[in-house]
Ligand binder design. Sequence first.
Ligand code: OAD
Length: 252
Amino acid sequence: MIPSSQLAALRTARHLVVFTGAGVSAESGIPTFRDSLTGLWQRFDAASLATLEAYQQHPALVWGWYEWRRMHVLQAQPNAAHQAIAELARHVPRLTLVTQNVDDLHERAGSEDVIHLHGSLHHPRCVVCGREPSKPLPPPDEPAEGRRLEPPKCEYCDGRLRPGVVWFGESMPAGALDEAFAAARHCDVLISVGTSGVVYPAAEMPERAWRAGATIIHVNPQPSVTHDEREYALSGPAGLVLPRLLQEAFGS
Ligand code: OAD
């Protein structure tokens, strides 16, 4: 049973922000980062895979790991949570979708203009000239976990391609963070889905929206910390909770 105050806030929202993390893709079979046992950062050392220094020292190891992740995403399908978010956009005057995820499952579920704060597995770029390949890279052959793959050469210069993700120590894509924070400042409701909220500055999104007067709804199987009566937690997997929220608020 979803409290009527949350449903009312959603029904009357003029600008809704949905802020997502790895948990929204968990039910598509994409591992999160910090869940015990299955989280990527529980099984792999972030410093030796997700930094520019790691790529410079062991390019084939790092490229192979990201190709392995890209292959998983290409084989996955959007789940009921991605679909509910795409559907929500049809019921509110304005929806801004901000994700920390590097997969393309929101887009494949039909969401448009997704703000990717941490980049994308699907947009590699040259480590020297910064340009993206003119055509999408073919799906990786059969990258196994831990298999090394030489990064392809850039078609414009002598450089090599690197994954188009934001690594630890790097800045976010120009404009993306400003746009996301502006949406947090001006929205009426922010739904935060499937994030541990520990990676800053992205994790400031709910806090910024709350300070600006918005209603905050957290969707997570784990308990969320809430400040006051304007901040709620809906406990459960996003693939169950979001379709129910959509159904109860808008009857669809
Ligand atoms: P985390 O792995 O830190 O957190 C995933 C969250 O999803 C946890 O709070 C889980 O409880 C929750 N969760 C798990 N299954 C879920 C489900 N079915 N439905 C809803 N929630 C579920 O992932 P993020 O918060 O996204 O950064 O991590 C933030 C950043 O840390 C990532 O973007 C990545 C990583 O290092 C970069 O790559 C720069």
